[in-house]
Design a protein around this ligand. Structure first.
Ligand SMILES: [Zn+2]
Length: 486
């Protein structure tokens, strides 16, 4: 039969393509060819329909086609906090939030809770078009193997994630050692799939961008549509925060991580308490303390960086350390507002995370856009194009530390992480004003299709990989038990 389509090629037609990336274009009536796990062609619909007549078609029908969102810092394990009543007086400050909420919740999680917490977050991510997530996990009563449990959930969902376990001294030396072991075990497990990017150690983004991602290929093109974990799962070394890590523990983590060639993922100066603790312990501010310990570098993620001074910003730039801004979490915890623009001006790469809030990065972008204006009393603060830089270009740079192909853009050779949104602009839409359409118009709930690595995970708002009702029902059961233990 001549009607047969080429199974590993999907042609999305008649969309308004917002490419992001270097191309930075809005293409009306555009088309995009997905071959295997990557984007193989982009152009006008008529041209691509002519060139690829046998490809399976997906008609975007005038909808917006964009790269999937990247979340550069999250905590799947926090899912069951939603609606949870904290006994006693409400927490007055950040240390009390940790003690009264998070350090009690993570201790209440057993294996099945770790799995379900991840699954409900992953469903939320697919629904809102977030295709890559960098997670920071803690479950002190289910440490060994916890990252495998999460990795399996990520594979089941069909998304892409970088995982780590938060090492901390707060639960005693045995659990501290178990945390180190879990990072080492998991990184070794996925290390067969790790890749080297020449020039990365210089910390220069240009070196990264210039180097084609040819060092790594996931099997043949034919296998790629149903590819295994190899390019969907990555590992890094997790650390909770300076305020729960002794000098000895930091040294042990650096020693354990060195042969693995990985960096760290750590909370940095989220609250002033982290600085007070660091000065008391070491006489140094947090960033300097971490630098001296050997924690910083171009593969290390420093989440938050709310309470850092000019000298610490310089250290972050000099070491090439990646910073992740989480405005909704910072507002919720009343910890302050990070000087994101100051860090960007210095040349620090700052991306955007949700720190466990909903996996809807459009909501996080809106929060980032608003909070700096109010905080500085200046409507010129944090312009829309800078928010896009955090969410797309910089998050793509951060993800590039863990995944071998370009992400966060519609470009030939990039991962086919693509979303379609039912957004119908009633004012002109161009590459120049796209940021303000996203910030004032686009909603995560408008996502109708989510594709990750060439695989369709949601079609016309129907989840294809996860049984939403069954997972939600099971999560509800488990959440009640977690709340009882809490
Ligand atoms: Zn966090």
């Amino acid at each position: 039969m001549s009607m047969k389509t080429t199974q590993d090629q999907l042609l999305i037609t008649h969309g308004t393509l917002a490419t992001f990336g270097e191309r930075h274009e809005v293409i009306e009536d555009g088309a995009l060819l997905i071959r295997g796990n990557e984007i193989a062609a982009i152009g006008p619909s008529a041209a691509l329909e002519g060139s690829y007549p046998d490809a399976e078609r997906l008609d975007a029908a005038g909808r917006l086609v964009m790269p999937g969102s990247i979340c550069a810092h999250t905590h799947f394990y926090g899912a069951f906090a939603r609606g949870l009543a904290i006994p006693g007086a409400p927490p007055e400050n950040f240390p009390q939030i940790l003690e009264k909420l998070w350090w009690r919740l993570d201790k209440a999680l057993l294996w099945e809770d770790v799995r379900l917490s991840a699954l409900v977050c992953l469903m939320d991510a697919i629904r809102h078009g977030t295709t890559t997530l960098i997670d920071h996990h803690a479950s002190p009563h289910a440490i060994d193997g916890s990252l495998d449990v999460i990795a399996e959930a990520v594979q089941e969902a069909g998304l892409r994630a970088c995982l780590c376990y938060e090492v901390t001294d707060r639960d005693g030396p045995e659990k501290m050692a178990a945390g180190i072991q879990e990072n080492v075990r998991f990184i070794n497990k996925v290390s067969g799939f790790r890749f080297q990017v020449p020039g990365l150690e210089t910390g220069q983004p240009e070196a990264l961008r210039a180097e084609p991602f040819t060092a790594f290929r996931a099997g043949s093109q034919g296998e790629a549509l149903n590819m295994g974990p190899e390019t969907r799962i990555a590992g890094t070394f997790g650390l909770h925060a300076s305020l729960t890590l002794s000098e000895e523990t930091l040294a042990r983590c650096v020693e354990a991580a060195a042969p693995l060639g990985v960096g760290f993922h750590i909370h940095v100066a989220e609250d002033k308490a982290d600085q007070q603790d660091s000065l008391r312990r070491s006489g140094l501010r947090v960033v300097e303390r971490l630098q001296r310990a050997g924690i910083l570098g171009p593969r290390t993620i420093a989440a938050h960086c709310v309470h850092i001074d000019a000298y610490e910003k310089d250290i972050l730039r000099e070491t090439g350390t990646l910073v992740v801004h989480n405005p909704r979490s910072n507002m919720n915890n009343a910890v302050g507002v990070a000087d994101v623009e100051g860090m960007l001006r210095r040349g620090v790469t700052v991306g955007l995370g949700n720190d466990g809030f909903s996996n809807n990065m459009f909501a996080e972008m809106k929060a980032a856009y608003l909070v700096h204006k109010l905080h500085r009393g200046d409507p010129r603060a944090m312009p829309g194009d800078v928010v896009m830089q955090l969410a797309y270009a910089n998050n793509a740079q951060i993800a590039a530390r863990f995944f071998p192909r370009p992400l966060g853009e519609l470009a030939v050779g990039a991962y086919a992480d693509v979303i379609i949104l039912d957004y119908r602009p009633f004012t002109p839409l161009s590459a120049g004003n796209l940021p303000w359409h996203i910030l004032f118009g686009v909603e995560g709930s408008e996502v109708t299709h989510t594709i990750c690595g060439g695989r369709l995970l949601m079609k016309e708002r129907e989840l294809l990989t996860l049984d939403e009702e069954a997972i939600a029902a099971r999560a509800l059961e488990r959440a009640q038990q977690v709340w009882k233990r809490f």
